[in-house]
Design a protein around this ligand. Sequence first.
Ligand SMILES: [Zn+2]
Length: 421
Amino acid sequence: MRSAISLAALTLLLRGVRADSTEATEATILDPTAECTPYNYPPVANVISSFPPLWEPVASVPTTDPGYAKFLAMNSSIPNIAPKGTNGAPSGVIDTYSASDPDCWWSSSQCVTPKVAGLNPDIATMPEPLTLGYGFDDGPNCSHNAFYDYLTSKQQKATMYYIGSSVMIWPLQAQRAAADGHEICVHTWSHRSMTAFNNEQAFGELWYTMQAIKLVTGLTPTCWRPPLGDVDDRIRYIAQQLGLTTILWKYDSFDWKANDPVVVPPVTPADVQKNYDNLISAAASGTFNTAGAIMLTHEINNYTMQTAMDNYEKLAAAFKYIVPVGVGYNKTQPYVETNVTQPSFQAYIAGSRTGASASASGSGSAATNKAGVAGSGSGSGSASGSGSAAQATGKGAGVALRLSGATLVLAALLGGAALVL
Ligand SMILES: [Zn+2]
């Protein structure tokens, strides 16, 4: 959605813009309003014009973009499966889709074993018994410091599925995940239904998110999670060509639906707690004695992060191990760059929290992995338990400023609607 922004609103936004900051400084802020006050980050501001408009479906990949040749190289071999909608918006095709599920369309059948030859199966469970593949969608959330502090205090790493547009708006928050040693995966540029994009758009949604994460952390992810789980063999093929493993889930906390007035029937916090409790009791009753579980949870707002903290100890008691998804699969090299690694499953459960890491290159110097501190020590846990500082509404307010000659480009995001001036 594009709309004009009034002078008054622009003034308010500019007044809220902070001076340049660093990941380490940003990570110390626990007042949610301060955390979610936009800041100028030159490495992003300087190149934002070469990225798609924030939060809008990627329309195309310009021929001048380095990704274009990559797209052309794969385009002719992409499975000939029609988009299930237009421009990221699903159509009613799910009502008429064949029950035989020819496309291995997760939204229709929860299919995770592709039908097109050569495609890797999705990850939806964990190979090790009584192991929870721990992760959070829809970050980086601007006010996630209390939650990330909590994870650090528990020496707990997780898989963070980051939205490209949010990474561009909150780059220092994205850097924190790398600095804390979490595993960062792609969660698309605009968080639409991927099967409802044409090939070029679907490529762009993944490509630009990979570029955004690389820009701010110095790291190129090798995993992704489709928003709403919406993936079929055409989309899997594009992701696999980009080196991305598809990660889904088998259990859903439905935390993302809670407290949303438009959800009918409504999902209450009690419903979400019941979903957590069901997973916990399933673990206790032996459901995961041969293979572990992945549950869908979010860092989208204060409620979802607080709920995660409220349930962490109970999960830790029910499951033998809680690990990032990649760790559970012994993916010791989670990024294209080899200077940051993560432990194998055996090393992780033996207490290691780091691979052999070194400073990452790129704009995001924070990718220097400080996880070793948490792995070997007790963790400071300054916000341990309370987590009350996290309150953002996920798609909070953010701006990126680009001053170039007489041109002022202000890309603003308010409540999920992209306003571009
Ligand atoms: Zn999501």
